[in-house]
Design a protein. Sequence first.
Length: 210
Amino acid sequence: MGKVQILDHPLLQHKLSILRDKNTGVKEFREIVGEIAALMCYEATRNLPTQEIEIETPVAPAKVRVLSGKKLAIVPILRAGLGMVDTMISLIPSAKVGHIGLFRDPETHEPVQYYCKMPPDISERQVFIVDPMLATGGSAIAAIDILKREYGCKSITLMDIIAAPEGIKAVSEAHPDIDIIITAVDEKLNEHAYIVPGLGDCGDRIFGTK
């Protein structure tokens, strides 16, 4: 069974407060999204398997631990998920990156796929789907469906900065085997399916669009 992990580290909570502030400008907003993603990546990879090898330091031989087992992949949900990728890659440069393009139909609030491109060996990798906001859960469920059904992925973790209870419930019911990592669970969704209090449209705030 998958689990929901809420990261309440003081640094994450402080940076999240800056994201929520409507007066935070595009440059700072984009930087903070990346910083939060890096901190989340640090926690999300805590239990990756390691193996012992022997190396030579300038002083003497040493037994050290390196990553072993499955390789990693990062799959942002376009477009806001792109804001989380660069800093994660800086921590795990060997990870490959796939992309899923989904937009939410303004009337039905259902996800519509417009782009999908994955590394050829994605099924053999531990996949981290990244998207700053988990609102209705529709886009996350669609992305997980695509990775499981079309690419045969079996090891998937969903990483979101802010989630609504409705989104967590929907993803957990549709894919009970998926781990979800978030920094905050907000109050609810409003009538437009926006997270309350949330931080507005994350994609617009990252890229300076309306």
